[in-house]
Design a protein around this ligand. Structure first.
Ligand SMILES: [Zn+2]
Length: 263
């Protein structure tokens, strides 16, 4: 009953949004990793993005002007991971705060002697458990070329999915057809190998930030899964397989089909 009502309210709010085809196209053009989507997937992603824009509470920090193109771009990126999962995976919180560029979060650490140290941590984004997602936006670049090929948005929303089962530990709530042991085996081996590679000075195309914590490894692996899937499949095929099961998408499926037709 409640589910149906929520669905109706979401649909009604989304219907009231008027986003022109040209606005969608502009936003999609700046997100080349959406190119692989079929027409049907693209329509479903737009519909999800509408629901997402409508039901979240958006605010701008500093002097940022929160415009429709910013919201559309963020919504498309945030909804790509849940394209086949549904908007309910982003339930339980509403706030999205967009900053003009990177920002600082005041933090505290307690050292071994019990002394509290306070410092400002410069970040590009942050997802709070049960709270808002904070995102940086670089107004002069609709894409994120200037800060590397990463989607801060996919990264932060992967953290939100990780929080779906409480702990931020690099393992979201898995589907019934997935095995916990398989997930842990794939991610633990990859995380260990990745840290070892960094320690031994080996080059990797994957952001070294993934070595900070298993939850960061999951968030970074999710970015790579959607934006540079070949890289993840080459380096960590077992992680790729688990993410394919979790996201219920295979970003390389078309490439694989083409390859199999050629042989
Ligand atoms: Zn992170």
């Amino acid at each position: 009953m409640l589910g149906a009502w929520r669905k109706w309210r979401r649909q009604r709010a989304a219907d009231q949004l008027e986003i022109a085809a040209a606005q969608w196209q502009d936003a999609e053009y700046s997100l080349p990793f959406l190119d692989r989507l079929t027409d049907d997937e693209r329509q479903r992603l737009r519909a999800l993005a509408c629901g997402f824009i409508a039901e979240k509470e958006w605010s701008a920090a500093g002097d940022l002007q929160l415009t429709a193109p910013i919201q559309i771009s963020i919504a498309l990126q945030a909804c790509l991971p849940i394209l086949n999962l549904g908007l309910d995976w982003y339930r339980g919180w509403v706030g999205i705060v967009v900053y003009p560029g990177d920002f600082v979060i005041p933090r505290q650490v307690v050292d071994a002697d019990g002394v509290v140290h306070e410092y400002d941590d410069p970040v590009l984004g942050e997802a709070w458990e049960g709270g808002p997602v904070l995102l940086s936006w670089f107004p002069d670049h609709l894409g994120l070329d200037d800060i590397g090929d990463v989607s801060i948005v996919i990264h932060e929303f992967a953290h939100k999915l990780d929080m779906s089962n409480g702990e931020v530990d690099g393992m979201p709530a898995l589907h019934a057809d997935m095995r916990r042991e398989d997930w842990i085996a794939a991610f633990a081996a990859a995380y260990g190998d990745f840290r070892h590679r960094l320690d031994s000075g080996k080059e990797t195309g994957i952001d070294p930030y993934a070595a900070e914590h298993p939850s960061e490894f999951f968030a970074v692996a999710s970015e790579v899964f959607f934006e540079a899937p070949e890289l993840l499949l080459d380096d960590y095929p077992a992680v790729y397989a688990q993410l394919r099961l979790f996201y219920r998408q295979d970003p390389l499926s078309e490439a694989v089909d083409v390859a199999s037709q050629q042989t």
